[in-house]
Write a protein that binds this ligand. Structure first.
Ligand code: NDP
Length: 335
């Protein structure tokens, strides 16, 4: 189990069995950096997060087709923080739009793609290395051995420090870990799954053994199920929200789902008892289980970010009885 430590403004947990400590709440850049934030706004969001103790900033090659990495890298240069003080990630699988002939550049984890993709991330972001690199999805067409060797070699080359997976099955994670064990390679230390009140099975059941046996840590995504768990989609999509934007039309149906929105509304009483919002309750719940190393927050404004980081206070006051009540209200719709 990750060993917690804390100061007043933030709680830090070990990334699984690795020695790396991450803030229990981190900041992600999907759909926001470059798309909603220019460099200045990104810098302000990162500075506000860091002022509250956030030390982990999540990114991916594919976010804004590479531009999210460029914006974050530029913001980091302008912020001038000591490199030892923050952790940055990136993820690889889908490749970039317009990036070559597609043969070895899209939907793959082959060695050729991974090597060139990490080099390109470093160039875009201006970083000397990336702390955490993830295989963004499994690739059924590349032998796991090839991917594990490539990820391990990227660490040996100093281009990354740790590697992991995102949305891999427990069997795939175990297979990768075993290859690394057999050949004395760097092992995967982290998985990045979706985890929120409507999406629980993988984290709570499927990954139980890889967490316990292999010491895999979890950095989890979409704690608000894209905003649904804030309660703001009860009467339709508010203007300017993720559910109203044409670029994210593919998310609208899920965000507007009537049954889920009704279930979210029922959380209001518990939130009121705790003196918090439904969003803060949902975020605090996501960090409740100790196997979650870091909850990656998304926020389209500084106000949302500050509000969501206040969930730390709710987390400190949560107890098992309240958690059971929260889960009872939503579990019929959870998978
Ligand atoms: P959330 O589920 O928390 O959704 C965040 C969005 O919800 C915000 O952008 C905002 O959208 C809305 N929101 C946030 N706070 C509030 C609030 N207090 N009240 C009302 N609305 C709010 O997280 P994301 O889906 O953004 O995921 C977080 C991060 O996880 C990403 O940035 C990325 O780094 C990572 N991720 C990883 C994936 C993977 O495959 N590994 C996949 C997806 C995400 P708006 O205001 O625009 O409506």
């Amino acid at each position: 189990m990750p060993e917690p430590s804390s100061d007043e403004s933030m709680l830090y947990r070990r990334l699984g069995r690795s020695g790396l400590r991450l803030s229990v709440f981190s900041l992600g850049s999907w759909l926001t950096f470059h798309e909603q934030f220019d460099v200045r706004a990104a810098r302000e969001m990162m500075a506000a997060a860091r002022d509250r103790g956030v030390n982990f900033f999540d990114n991916a090659e594919g976010y804004a087709n590479g531009e999210s990495e460029a914006v974050m890298g530029r913001a980091l240069r302008e912020l001038g923080w000591a490199r030892v003080d923050y952790v940055v990630s990136s993820k690889y699988f889908w490749g970039l739009e317009g990036g070559g002939t597609r043969v070895n550049t899209r939907n793959t984890l082959n060695r050729k793609y991974l090597m060139q993709a990490v080099d390109a991330s470093l160039r875009r972001s201006g970083l000397d290395y990336i702390d955490l690199i993830y295989c963004h999805r499994p690739d059924p067409h590349t032998p796991i051995e090839e991917t594990v060797w490539a990820m391990s070699d990227l660490i040996r080359q100093g281009k990354a420090l740790y590697w992991g997976t995102s949305e891999w099955s427990a069997d795939e994670i175990r297979a990768a870990w075993n290859v690394a064990e057999r050949h004395h390679l760097h092992k995967p230390v982290v998985e990045q799954p979706q985890y929120n009140l409507f999406h629980r099975r993988r984290v709570e059941q499927e990954y139980r053994r890889v967490i316990e046996d292999l010491g895999i840590g979890l950095t989890v995504w979409s704690p608000l199920a894209g905003g649904l768990l804030s309660g703001k989609y009860r009467d339709g999509a508010p203007p300017g929200s993720r559910g109203a934007l044409s670029a994210t039309a593919f998310l609208r149906e899920g965000l507007l789902d009537a049954q889920r929105n009704q279930a979210v509304a029922t959380l209001g009483d518990i939130a009121a008892e705790l003196g918090c919002s439904i969003a803060q309750l949902a975020i605090a719940w996501t960090a409740w289980r100790g196997q979650v190393s870091s909850v990656i927050l998304g926020a389209s404004s500084r106000q949302q970010l500050e509000h969501n980081l206040d969930a730390l206070d709710v987390l400190r006051r949560l107890d098992a009885a309240t958690v059971a009540r929260v889960e009872a209200l939503t579990e019929a719709l959870a998978r």
